[in-house]
Write a protein that binds this ligand. Structure first.
Ligand code: IMP
Length: 179
């Protein structure tokens, strides 16, 4: 892999912009094949999913509602605290709607597990989950997203929405951060 042109030597490219774009189209097709042409309520988990969600909902096409859940589970470091806290709730009811929870990455699985239970209480018609990245090395609950973009090794990744201490979200690719 060539060194990306971002000027930070701590970051090595893992997944290029082109591969992300191609996989996003495939995931969107997969979801539409399963759910049909009707309305889908996409629920992005902030902040990490915001860039993936923007591309994903455009690839999805058809009637789409966009909602967001603010969640805090990391506090500026590279380790999960295991504590999931809702910092911003949905703005509208989702009862009777086909919902798609959009995550940037599943690591321990605690966030995904917590949020699927949290959303189930709102009585949607169905809940599926899509995660751009799956990092199974440190799973603490047996859970997997319904649709996964890429399974990655046990490395801390940044870019395309994912941060380290709120930085690097704007990188157009996924890179491995190693200090
Ligand atoms: P989990 O609850 O451990 O599955 O973690 C989910 C959240 O942790 C993700 O939505 C990310 O915000 C964050 N996270 C986990 N691994 C990474 C990583 O490698 N880079 C950046 N954020 C991460």
């Amino acid at each position: 892999m060539t060194e990306p042109a971002h000027g930070d030597t701590h970051i090595r490219m893992l997944i290029s912009q082109e591969r992300i774009a191609q996989r996003t189209e495939e995931l969107a097709r997969e979801v539409r094949e399963g759910l049909g042409d009707g309305p889908i309520t996409c629920i992005g988990v902030l902040k990490g999913s915001f860039i993936f969600m923007a591309d994903f909902v455009r690839a999805l096409g058809g009637p789409v509602r966009c909602e967001f859940l603010g969640v805090s589970s990391y506090h500026g470091g590279t380790r999960s605290t295991g504590v999931v806290r809702i910092t911003e709730d949905l703005r509208h009811p989702i009862e009777g709607q086909h919902c798609l929870l959009i995550e940037d990455i599943v690591d321990t699985g605690l966030t995904l597990d917590y949020l699927t239970h949290f959303l189930a209480q709102r009585k949607p018609a169905s809940i599926q989950t899509v995660a751009l990245l799956d990092k199974p090395a440190h799973r603490e609950v047996e859970i997997c997203a319904s649709h996964v973009g890429f399974t990655i090794p046990d490395e801390f990744v940044v870019g395309y929405g994912l941060d380290l201490g709120e930085l690097y979200r704007n990188l157009p690719f996924i890179g491995v951060y190693s200090p």
